[in-house]
Ligand binder design. Sequence first.
Ligand code: PMP
Length: 285
Amino acid sequence: MSIVYLNGEYLPMEEARISPMDRGFLFGEGIYEVIPSYDGKLVGFGPHIERMEQGMALISIQSGYGEADWRTLCETLIEQNGSGNLGIYLHVSRGADSRRYHAYPENIAPTVFAFAFEIPPAPVADKDKVKAYKVASTQDLRWKRCNIKSTALLGNVMHFQEGHAAGHNEIILYNAQGEMTEGSACNAYIVKDGVVITPPLDNQILPGITRLILLDILRKDGSIPVEERIVTMDEVRNADEVWLTSSSKEIAPVIELDGVPVADGKVGDVWVKAQALYTAGKYNY
Ligand code: PMP
């Protein structure tokens, strides 16, 4: 039985109730986070909360929760749900209004919901053990505010489904200029001549926390150069390695794109090194 958090209470998932007038339900109007936790240890708690606060500020939602409240909430969910490999989902929507009207209503209380779900074990830096991804690509048809971690994920869901229907578990997106943006639920990278290259942060991509941690770890280590710059799909198709990152998968190597092997179709050496560095450093964030 999973114990969830809803507006100040911990209760069985089956007993959690929200109003159908909640603007999270009617408009997809909310902000969310997923924070990974392995054996009770959270990865990137501070940056995750900061991103969520920034998202809420952008849409003028005040949760009234401080960092210590969020930490207690996460730790309680871990305690209540067993401390294996968990994703802690945090969700703040604007709340329930008495009518359906687009303008932000005043004086309604936000809905704060959280639950824990199982995520795969963190990858180990071993070419033979890692789950390698085969993905498709398609034009990114989402909105122009992809930097906001909005609960309105229809654009992402439709893209993910496109990949899923074609037998893949991710899809790489590119803009009208043929430049890679990100995956439907992850950030994207190439490796060329030993350099890790990923698109810069702007309104076309989510500022991923795994991305933030990975780039910081790589820069501090210094042995693998990193560039944040535009990456064309031609470069992706000619890359030595392609990676995806997200909180629940860490760094995932991609070995096939649109039915064509990435380089020799095998997991690359730079991935092994980067994943080893990530494994060693991730709990410092
Ligand atoms: N981009 C998108 C569209 C995402 O949904 C996610 C998270 N699933 C990411 C990037 C990766 O973000 P994070 O590393 O914070 O999980």
